[in-house]
Design a protein around this ligand. Structure first.
Ligand code: CO8
Length: 258
């Protein structure tokens, strides 16, 4: 598939999707988000792909939703057109793991897109923010919800109400990102994390993603029960037999996604 706003490469079981609107700091318009959704769906459908990495440029992961695209829209336009709902749904439907590799600005919809991924690896130049308040609007794709779950109410309120940016060090300390690495090492780190995931059983990996995501939705006892039942169900797989046999035989497991 030929894309205009993203660059997609698949190698060694990992699909790398690079947001590519350099003149607009990767601002998210409907064309870009549509292409992103298609590329993710292709990666989901391709049996060879075992992990996905989404990244931007050195200067910007994405500087937000495209302000120029939104500027003239009315309430009726965005409400009846359900702006960004199908695009968000397309991302959240993906069951394979998605890593966000963030360098530079991840603002507004850019920060929200990073948070829709399963975890964020940031370069030491990364800057996260929900500056929509400066535009007379507010976050619209998770910036008041996912961010609050990740960094807590105080920091989320601070970021959403003042529009201030959070640097990579604060983002790691606050639980928004899983690791921070020097800018030059960002892609190596993200691709090697993806390669590590790609070595595992895809059945197990997808079960883990689904179960961790339940933690945000369910009360603890229900979440623990869901986890226990999924754990039990993995004993129906050949990969469980292989993984445990490999451990006792002191060799590397050969998972077959069965
Ligand atoms: N939308 C459209 N164009 C943008 C955006 C954007 N969000 N951000 C940057 N650009 C464009 C600039 O207009 C400029 O283009 P041009 O040269 O044609 O004027 C080009 O990118 C380079 O930008 P700057 O010259 O401003 O670069 P600087 O290095 O001086 O500044 C900043 C970088 C600080 C990132 C600055 O560009 C900025 O503040 N950008 C806007 C950040 C922002 O407010 N983001 C929130 C947008 S609203 C939003 O995300 C709503 C989310 C809800 C739904 C999400 C769905 C995905």
């Amino acid at each position: 598939m030929a894309y205009k706003n993203i660059i997609v490469e698949t190698e060694d079981h990992v699909t790398l999707i690079k947001l590519n609107r350099p003149d607009a700091l990767n601002a998210l318009n409907l064309d870009l988000l549509g292409e992103l959704g298609e590329a993710l769906a292709e990666a989901q459908a391709n049996d060879k792909v075992r992990c996905i990495v989404v990244t931007g440029s050195e200067k910007a992961f994405a500087a937000g939703a495209d302000i120029k695209m939104m500027a003239e829209k009315s309430f009726v336009d965005v409400f009846t057109g359900d702006l960004f709902t199908p695009e968000e749904d397309a991302i959240m439907r993906i069951r394979k793991p998605i890593i966000a590799a963030v360098s530079g600005y991840a603002l507004g919809g850019g920060c929200e897109l990073a948070m829709m991924c399963d975890f964020i690896i940031a370069s030491d130049t990364a800057k996260f923010g929900q500056p929509e308040v400066n535009l007379g609007v507010m976050a619209g794709m998770g910036g008041t919800q996912r961010l609050t779950k990740l960094v807590g109410r105080a920091k989320s309120m601070d970021m959403n109400l003042t529009g201030r940016f959070m640097d990579a060090e604060e983002a790691e300390r606050s639980g928004l990102v899983s690791r921070v690495v020097p800018a030059k090492k960002l892609m190596d780190e993200a691709m090697s994390a993806a390669a590590k995931i790609a070595e595992k059983s895809m059945v197990t990996v997808m079960a883990i993603k689904e179960t961790v995501n339940r933690a945000e939705q369910l009360p603890l006892t229900e979440g623990i029960l869901f986890e226990r039942r999924v754990f039990h169900s993995l004993f129906a797989t050949e990969d469980q037999k292989e993984g445990m046999a490999a451990f006792t035989e002191k060799r590397q497991p050969q998972f077959r996604d069965k």
